[in-house]
Design a protein around this ligand. Structure first.
Ligand SMILES: Nc1ncnc2c1ncn2[C@@H]1O[C@H](COP(=O)(O)OP(=O)(O)OP(=O)(O)O)[C@@H](O)[C@H]1O
Ligand SMILES: [Mg+2]
Length: 507
């Protein structure tokens, strides 16, 4: 570990109604990976946005490579050698991978943009990272995990000496995470300082040298990772002990509530049939690209289906589009909250009220603002959404709190079937437990709960029964209490032909 390259002291940052950072200190040395940890809304992203020039601070000093900086602009920060991979994807979907990577710093030849040179440079970085994407692919056509890799490639193309990664792995496959760690180790050897923000605490052991912990906008501690136990880290983050990571409630299995019969949609939903009974949570496990999200979308009616029947309490229901599904009592909490789950430019109040207008309007179609406020206040209180008021735009919330709003809007109505797709992505340890408790409550109320998750400990810890998907089909069903990770993985790689087996091994 080398000399100090970043030193921030007494940093304060205020937003309307929120003291996001209160006298925070932060140090980064060359050749180290520093984890920045804290609950949702602790101020991690805000602190790093100050270091990368996105926000200006209200008080405090900031030295980078021994030089003090006042109000730093993003471009200046880049020139000094600071690159940031933001928590939420910041790509222009209609532009190509190359165009996104070089946005604002296009390579020029004379007066023209040198497209060939940029594509060559992009190609080189992508192949160095072993990312299987073409520089001419349109970013909007790529799956989320690939978009995330483009974001990483973009930061690396800047040749940063201080690299900030805000939740880089939340949408990556296991193989991509390994690649990322390989890259991080190499950058560390080259003397870069890396700030690593993640809620996936189990991955820290593979790469982290030191940790800085924040809580409620305040600095708590910095220590060598090896000197702390995981429990100590969690207790410092949360301010209390968390006893059970996966709280489980036992319920007797009741009647069959929900049933999907021979559902087909696109290439990745092939003859999917399953049932969910009252009093159980059904997990859906599988590798990335197994068709889990596609299945949830086909059920909810986002994507068209070619065939299949959906039944509630034994009777066929119509859910050809989300509107019909919601009316029939089926709701989906989608994987990509920013794109599909929220109107980020609207206040929390509107986000929660929008899908529930039928409950909030009187017979003349006028919205009752009293009912609306009650509904929103309840959601904020039940889910402990951290916000100064329900009037602030959803975009100003921390990542995890945005996710809570998406959950909150559906809990406000009485649904019969709630489908969660990766519900805890980007959510801190304590909030995860809150989400699990909500699932348990729904289960106790006899609501059919379906939960797609890429994290095996999570599905095994929270679901009662697990369906495993591979290549668009359900390849197995196991009881969570009796199964093992390796049994699930075996089922998750049961491809029909050799070509795809090779692809799975790649995963
Ligand atoms: N642009 C903004 N306008 C208003 N409030 C903001 C803005 N950005 C952040 N905040 C508030 O500042 C606090 C810290 O947010 P920040 O995004 O830094 O948290 P975080 O530690 O990154 O959380 P997470 O783990 O959920 O990403 C939160 O209360 C958030 O609502
Ligand atoms: Mg954040």
């Amino acid at each position: 570990m080398g000399e100090t390259i970043v030193s921030m002291n007494g940093i304060c940052k205020y937003f309307p109604g929120v003291k996001a950072l209160d006298n925070v200190q932060f140090e980064l040395r060359s050749g180290e990976v520093m984890a920045l940890l804290g609950e949702n809304g602790a101020g991690k992203s805000t602190l790093m946005k100050i270091l990368s020039g996105v926000y200006t601070r209200d008080a405090g000093t900031m030295d980078i490579f021994g030089k003090p900086y006042g109000d730093l602009l993003p471009k200046q920060a880049q020139q000094v050698g600071v690159a940031i991979i933001h928590q939420e994807l910041n790509m222009c979907p209609h532009l190509t991978v190359t165009e996104n990577m070089f946005l604002g710093r296009e390579i020029q030849r004379g007066l023209c943009v040198d497209k060939r040179a940029m594509e060559k440079a992009a190609e080189q970085i992508l192949s160095e990272l072993k990312i299987d994407i073409s520089p001419t692919d349109r970013v909007g056509d790529l799956p989320v995990s690939k978009q995330q890799m483009v974001e990483i490639a973009k930061a690396l193309s800047i040749k940063a000496r201080i690299l900030i990664m805000d939740e880089p792995t939340s949408a990556l496959t296991a193989k991509e995470i390994d690649e990322l760690f390989r890259i991080i180790r190499k950058l560390r050897e080259d003397g870069c300082g890396i700030v690593y923000i993640s809620h996936r605490l189990e991955e820290l052991q593979h790469i982290v040298d030191r940790v800085t912990i924040m809580r409620d906008g305040q600095y708590i501690m910095t220590a060598n990772f090896q000197d702390l136990t995981m429990d100590q880290i969690i207790t410092n983050m949360v301010g209390r002990e968390i006893k059970e990571k996966f709280p489980r409630v036992e319920c007797p299995r009741g009647e069959k509530v929900f049933e999907v019969r021979h559902l087909n949609a696109g290439r990745l939903v092939r003859d999917v049939s399953f049932s969910v009974y009252a009093g159980e949570i059904v997990g859906i496990a599988g590798l990335m690209g197994a068709g889990r999200t596609e299945t949830t979308r086909a059920i909810f009616g986002v994507d068209p289906r070619t065939s299949g029947e959906i039944l509630l309490d034994g009777k066929p229901i119509s859910c050809k589009n989300p509107r019909q599904s919601i009316q029939s009592g089926v709701v989906l909490i989608p994987e990509d909250r920013k794109k599909d789950g929220l109107c980020t430019k609207l206040p929390i109040r509107k986000n929660i009220a929008l899908p529930n207008l039928d409950l909030l309007c009187n017979k003349f179609g006028v919205i009752s603002s009293r009912k609306e406020s009650e509904m929103c206040d309840k959601a904020v209180a039940d889910l402990r959404i951290k916000t100064p008021s329900v009037e602030v735009n959803a975009s100003t919330l921390s990542g995890g709190n945005q996710q809570k709003v998406v959950v909150g809007k559906w809990l406000a109505r009485k649904s019969r079937v709630v489908i969660f797709d990766e519900p805890t992505r980007g959510i801190d340890v304590a909030a995860k437990v809150e989400i699990y408790n909500i699932m348990n409550q729904l289960k106790q109320q006899g609501i059919a709960v379906i939960c797609v998750s890429s994290e095996l400990p999570e599905v095994m810890g929270i679901a009662d029964r697990i369906l495993v998907m591979c290549d668009g089909r359900i390849t197995g069903e196991v009881m969570a209490k009796e199964t093992t990770q390796s049994e699930i993985l075996t089922l998750a790689t049961q491809f029909e032909n050799k070509f795809t087996v090779a692809a799975a091994e790649e995963e």
